[in-house]
Design a protein around this ligand. Structure first.
Ligand SMILES: [Zn+2]
Length: 133
C-alpha cells in the first residue's frame, strides 16, 4: 500500500511540475523533437470532453497509456505471473508505441501538432549550429 501511495505521489508531483513549469513535454522542450508519448495529455483531455475522434488524432494509444500507468502502479508493472510473458508483453507494447511514433513522425513532423518541432530547444539549436557549418 505504501508503494502505491508513493507511486501516485511521484506521478502527481511530475504532473504538477509539468503544469507549473508550463513547458509541456520535457523531452521536446530539451531536444526539440516530439517523444513517442507527445499528444497523450491532449488526447485524454479531448476524450474527457467527449471528442473521441480528436482524442485518437492526438495520440492513437492514449487509452493504452492510461491502462499501462494503472497497471504499473497497482500491479508493479507485472501483467502476468510468468516472467517470460511479462517480458514479451512489454516488448510488444514498446513495438506498438515505436510503430505509432514512426508513422506519426512521417505524417505529422515537423509542423503539425502534436508532432511539431520546437526550434527553441537547446539541443536543436546546438544541432543547427553544427549543421550550418
Ligand atoms: Zn512528448
Amino acid at each position: 500500500m505504501k508503494k502505491i501511495i508513493r507511486s501516485f505521489g511521484l506521478l502527481a508531483l511530475l504532473l504538477l511540475a509539468v503544469v507549473f513549469l508550463d513547458i509541456g513535454c520535457v523531452f521536446r522542450h530539451v531536444t526539440g523533437i516530439p517523444c513517442p508519448g507527445c499528444g497523450t495529455t491532449r488526447a485524454c483531455i479531448q476524450f474527457l470532453q467527449g471528442h473521441v475522434v480528436d482524442a485518437f488524432y492526438y495520440h492513437p494509444l492514449f487509452w493504452l497509456t492510461v491502462i499501462l500507468l494503472v497497471v504499473m502502479v497497482l500491479k508493479d508493472g507485472r501483467m502476468f505471473r510468468s516472467e517470460k510473458a511479462n517480458r514479451w508483453f512489454w516488448i510488444v507494447i514498446l513495438l506498438m508505441y515505436l510503430s505509432v511514433y514512426l508513422v506519426r513522425m512521417v505524417l505529422l513532423f515537423p509542423d503539425t501538432p502534436p508532432m511539431e518541432l520546437n526550434e527553441q530547444a537547446p539541443l536543436w539549436k546546438l544541432w543547427e549550429t553544427f549543421r550550418s557549418r
